[in-house]
Design a protein around this ligand. Sequence first.
Ligand SMILES: [Zn+2]
Length: 133
Amino acid sequence: MIQGSCHCGEVRFQLDWRIDELTTCDCSLCAMRGALMAKVPETALEVTTGEDLLTLYQWNTHRAQHYFCGRCGIYVFHRKRAAPDHFGINVRCLHDVGLAGLPVRATEGASMTVEAPDPCDRWPGPRVSPSGA
Ligand SMILES: [Zn+2]
């Protein structure tokens, strides 16, 4: 059983999982938070304390659920967009886990579809300059 926590220790969780691969992601959120992650099935993750402090952040398609500690602000894990029955875990939050030597796979989150904040339900046609130029 792998133990993990946020920085302040209010949020604690454990993983019943053996990590054999790490991932990075080039989407704008993962790039900004510098995330190094491991993918685990939802049944392998148990939040043991501080669940009430978990704060949800969603953006873009609002399918992925990104959780961070509402006290110290550390990203702990997220329910994945492409595999909603799996979580991506911030492996920097894990205690006493040897990450050296594990392969790191770079995933291409930036190339996943992006939804406009105010999408149009039909194509409005080519833009026409009012001056006709
Ligand atoms: Zn915290």
